[in-house]
Design a protein. Sequence first.
Length: 226
Amino acid sequence: MPGQHPVPAGPLAVRWHALELAAVQAGALTRAHAVVENAGSAAWRDLNISYHWLDDRGNPIVWDGIRHAVSAAPGERVERDLDVRGPIPPGRYRLAFDLVDEHRFWLAELGNFAPELEADVQPRDARGAELFGADGDVDLIRAAHEEGYAAVGGSIELRRRPAELRPYTPGGGRNPSFPHPLVCPSLLPPLEPNDEVAGLPAWRPEGDEPWLYDARIKLTPRSRRR
Protein backbone atom coordinates (compact mmCIF):
# COMPACT_ATOMS: atom_id res chain seq x y z
CA MET A 1 0.00 0.00 0.00
CA PRO A 2 1.30 3.51 -0.77
CA GLY A 3 2.24 5.24 2.46
CA GLN A 4 3.44 2.00 4.11
CA HIS A 5 7.08 2.38 3.11
CA PRO A 6 10.24 3.93 4.60
CA VAL A 7 11.00 7.52 3.63
CA PRO A 8 14.64 8.60 3.45
CA ALA A 9 15.74 11.64 5.42
CA GLY A 10 16.95 14.58 3.38
CA PRO A 11 15.81 17.56 1.33
CA LEU A 12 13.98 15.57 -1.38
CA ALA A 13 11.71 12.84 -0.09
CA VAL A 14 8.24 11.67 -1.10
CA ARG A 15 5.56 9.70 0.68
CA TRP A 16 2.88 8.09 -1.52
CA HIS A 17 -0.56 7.98 0.13
CA ALA A 18 -2.80 6.76 -2.72
CA LEU A 19 -2.48 5.61 -6.29
CA GLU A 20 -5.27 4.55 -8.63
CA LEU A 21 -5.25 3.56 -12.30
CA ALA A 22 -8.18 3.35 -14.72
CA ALA A 23 -8.46 0.56 -17.32
CA VAL A 24 -5.61 0.65 -19.82
CA GLN A 25 -5.66 0.02 -23.58
CA ALA A 26 -2.47 -0.37 -25.61
CA GLY A 27 -1.31 2.95 -27.06
CA ALA A 28 -4.29 4.89 -25.70
CA LEU A 29 -4.51 7.56 -23.02
CA THR A 30 -6.01 6.68 -19.67
CA ARG A 31 -6.10 8.34 -16.25
CA ALA A 32 -4.39 7.76 -12.94
CA HIS A 33 -4.82 9.54 -9.61
CA ALA A 34 -2.02 10.07 -7.10
CA VAL A 35 -1.83 11.54 -3.61
CA VAL A 36 1.74 12.42 -2.59
CA GLU A 37 3.35 14.24 0.32
CA ASN A 38 6.55 16.25 0.38
CA ALA A 39 8.28 14.37 3.18
CA GLY A 40 11.58 16.19 2.77
CA SER A 41 13.00 19.45 4.05
CA ALA A 42 13.11 21.30 0.69
CA ALA A 43 10.20 22.75 -1.26
CA TRP A 44 9.27 21.06 -4.56
CA ARG A 45 9.66 23.65 -7.30
CA ASP A 46 10.90 21.91 -10.45
CA LEU A 47 9.64 18.35 -10.03
CA ASN A 48 7.35 16.29 -12.25
CA ILE A 49 5.36 13.14 -11.55
CA SER A 50 5.92 10.57 -14.28
CA TYR A 51 5.99 6.82 -14.78
CA HIS A 52 7.80 3.83 -16.27
CA TRP A 53 6.21 0.81 -17.94
CA LEU A 54 8.10 -2.35 -16.94
CA ASP A 55 7.86 -5.97 -17.97
CA ASP A 56 7.32 -8.78 -15.47
CA ARG A 57 11.07 -8.86 -14.71
CA GLY A 58 11.31 -5.13 -14.10
CA ASN A 59 12.94 -4.28 -17.43
CA PRO A 60 11.84 -0.88 -18.77
CA ILE A 61 9.57 -0.96 -21.82
CA VAL A 62 8.74 2.76 -21.70
CA TRP A 63 10.99 4.81 -19.43
CA ASP A 64 9.89 8.42 -19.94
CA GLY A 65 6.16 8.71 -19.38
CA ILE A 66 4.03 11.85 -19.63
CA ARG A 67 5.10 14.57 -17.20
CA HIS A 68 2.89 16.42 -14.70
CA ALA A 69 4.33 19.32 -12.73
CA VAL A 70 4.03 19.12 -8.97
CA SER A 71 4.96 21.68 -6.31
CA ALA A 72 4.62 21.39 -2.53
CA ALA A 73 6.06 22.85 0.63
CA PRO A 74 7.65 20.49 3.17
CA GLY A 75 4.89 18.49 4.84
CA GLU A 76 2.30 19.45 2.21
CA ARG A 77 0.14 16.78 0.61
CA VAL A 78 -1.06 17.20 -3.01
CA GLU A 79 -3.38 15.30 -5.34
CA ARG A 80 -2.90 14.96 -9.09
CA ASP A 81 -4.93 13.49 -11.94
CA LEU A 82 -2.40 12.04 -14.38
CA ASP A 83 -2.50 11.19 -18.07
CA VAL A 84 -0.97 7.78 -18.77
CA ARG A 85 -0.45 6.33 -22.25
CA GLY A 86 -0.66 2.57 -22.44
CA PRO A 87 2.34 0.60 -23.74
CA ILE A 88 2.44 -1.37 -26.99
CA PRO A 89 1.59 -4.23 -27.43
CA PRO A 90 -1.20 -5.40 -25.08
CA GLY A 91 -0.16 -7.67 -22.26
CA ARG A 92 0.73 -7.85 -18.58
CA TYR A 93 2.90 -5.00 -17.33
CA ARG A 94 4.02 -3.22 -14.16
CA LEU A 95 3.53 0.54 -13.94
CA ALA A 96 6.00 2.36 -11.68
CA PHE A 97 5.46 5.97 -10.61
CA ASP A 98 8.19 8.37 -9.53
CA LEU A 99 9.10 12.04 -9.31
CA VAL A 100 11.82 13.45 -11.54
CA ASP A 101 14.04 16.51 -11.38
CA GLU A 102 14.53 16.91 -15.13
CA HIS A 103 18.01 16.23 -16.50
CA ARG A 104 19.23 15.48 -12.98
CA PHE A 105 17.69 12.45 -11.28
CA TRP A 106 14.58 10.47 -10.40
CA LEU A 107 13.77 10.51 -6.70
CA ALA A 108 14.04 6.71 -6.59
CA GLU A 109 17.76 7.23 -7.29
CA LEU A 110 17.94 9.06 -3.95
CA GLY A 111 16.47 6.08 -2.10
CA ASN A 112 12.79 7.01 -2.36
CA PHE A 113 10.13 4.36 -2.80
CA ALA A 114 8.63 4.13 -6.33
CA PRO A 115 5.22 2.42 -6.11
CA GLU A 116 4.22 -0.11 -8.75
CA LEU A 117 0.84 -1.28 -10.00
CA GLU A 118 0.11 -4.45 -11.94
CA ALA A 119 -1.76 -3.71 -15.17
CA ASP A 120 -3.42 -5.95 -17.74
CA VAL A 121 -3.16 -3.78 -20.86
CA GLN A 122 -6.05 -4.58 -23.19
CA PRO A 123 -6.11 -4.33 -27.02
CA ARG A 124 -7.00 -0.89 -28.29
CA ASP A 125 -10.61 -0.39 -29.38
CA ALA A 126 -10.45 -0.30 -33.20
CA ARG A 127 -14.18 -0.09 -33.92
CA GLY A 128 -14.04 3.59 -34.88
CA ALA A 129 -11.17 3.25 -37.37
CA GLU A 130 -11.71 4.83 -40.80
CA LEU A 131 -9.66 4.06 -43.91
CA PHE A 132 -9.33 7.17 -46.07
CA GLY A 133 -9.25 7.01 -49.86
CA ALA A 134 -8.36 3.35 -50.37
CA ASP A 135 -9.29 -0.28 -49.93
CA GLY A 136 -6.97 -2.60 -48.03
CA ASP A 137 -6.53 -5.67 -45.86
CA VAL A 138 -9.00 -4.91 -43.09
CA ASP A 139 -7.73 -7.75 -40.89
CA LEU A 140 -4.12 -6.50 -40.92
CA ILE A 141 -5.25 -2.92 -40.36
CA ARG A 142 -7.52 -3.85 -37.46
CA ALA A 143 -4.77 -5.95 -35.87
CA ALA A 144 -2.37 -2.99 -36.03
CA HIS A 145 -4.92 -0.70 -34.37
CA GLU A 146 -5.66 -3.28 -31.67
CA GLU A 147 -1.92 -3.55 -31.04
CA GLY A 148 -2.07 0.10 -30.01
CA TYR A 149 -1.51 2.30 -33.08
CA ALA A 150 -3.92 5.19 -33.67
CA ALA A 151 -2.69 5.77 -37.24
CA VAL A 152 -1.82 2.94 -39.65
CA GLY A 153 -0.41 3.26 -43.15
CA GLY A 154 0.81 0.83 -45.78
CA SER A 155 2.22 0.50 -49.27
CA ILE A 156 0.29 1.75 -52.29
CA GLU A 157 -0.54 -0.62 -55.18
CA LEU A 158 -0.49 1.17 -58.56
CA ARG A 159 0.42 0.22 -62.12
CA ARG A 160 1.65 3.72 -62.87
CA ARG A 161 3.41 5.26 -59.91
CA PRO A 162 3.93 9.02 -59.56
CA ALA A 163 7.32 10.02 -58.19
CA GLU A 164 5.70 11.16 -54.93
CA LEU A 165 4.50 7.61 -54.28
CA ARG A 166 7.79 5.77 -54.85
CA PRO A 167 8.51 5.54 -51.11
CA TYR A 168 5.26 3.57 -50.79
CA THR A 169 6.19 0.80 -53.27
CA PRO A 170 5.10 -2.62 -51.94
CA GLY A 171 7.87 -4.67 -50.38
CA GLY A 172 9.42 -4.88 -46.94
CA GLY A 173 7.80 -4.88 -43.56
CA ARG A 174 7.30 -2.50 -40.66
CA ASN A 175 9.29 0.70 -40.63
CA PRO A 176 9.15 2.47 -37.23
CA SER A 177 11.15 5.43 -38.58
CA PHE A 178 9.29 5.91 -41.88
CA PRO A 179 10.08 9.55 -42.82
CA HIS A 180 7.02 10.24 -45.00
CA PRO A 181 3.33 10.86 -44.28
CA LEU A 182 1.01 7.86 -44.19
CA VAL A 183 -0.93 7.85 -47.49
CA CYS A 184 -4.55 6.66 -47.47
CA PRO A 185 -4.25 6.09 -43.72
CA SER A 186 -6.52 4.24 -41.36
CA LEU A 187 -7.15 6.55 -38.40
CA LEU A 188 -8.85 6.26 -35.05
CA PRO A 189 -10.97 9.27 -34.06
CA PRO A 190 -10.42 12.12 -33.54
CA LEU A 191 -7.51 11.86 -36.03
CA GLU A 192 -8.21 12.94 -39.61
CA PRO A 193 -6.01 13.38 -42.71
CA ASN A 194 -3.85 16.50 -42.34
CA ASP A 195 -1.84 16.33 -45.58
CA GLU A 196 -2.00 15.21 -49.21
CA VAL A 197 0.45 13.22 -51.37
CA ALA A 198 -0.08 12.85 -55.15
CA GLY A 199 -3.68 13.94 -54.70
CA LEU A 200 -4.36 11.28 -52.05
CA PRO A 201 -5.32 11.89 -48.42
CA ALA A 202 -2.43 11.52 -46.02
CA TRP A 203 -1.61 11.89 -42.33
CA ARG A 204 1.65 13.44 -41.23
CA PRO A 205 2.49 12.28 -37.69
CA GLU A 206 1.77 14.96 -35.11
CA GLY A 207 1.26 14.95 -31.38
CA ASP A 208 2.15 11.83 -29.43
CA GLU A 209 -0.35 9.34 -30.82
CA PRO A 210 1.52 6.15 -31.83
CA TRP A 211 1.57 5.39 -35.56
CA LEU A 212 2.78 2.58 -37.81
CA TYR A 213 3.88 2.18 -41.42
CA ASP A 214 3.73 -1.45 -42.53
CA ALA A 215 4.52 -2.18 -46.19
CA ARG A 216 2.81 -5.57 -45.87
CA ILE A 217 -0.51 -3.69 -45.69
CA LYS A 218 -1.29 -3.10 -49.37
CA LEU A 219 -3.65 -0.25 -50.16
CA THR A 220 -5.40 0.38 -53.48
CA PRO A 221 -6.51 4.01 -53.90
CA ARG A 222 -10.18 4.16 -54.82
CA SER A 223 -9.73 7.07 -57.22
CA ARG A 224 -6.89 5.34 -59.08
CA ARG A 225 -8.09 1.76 -59.53
CA ARG A 226 -8.09 0.44 -63.11
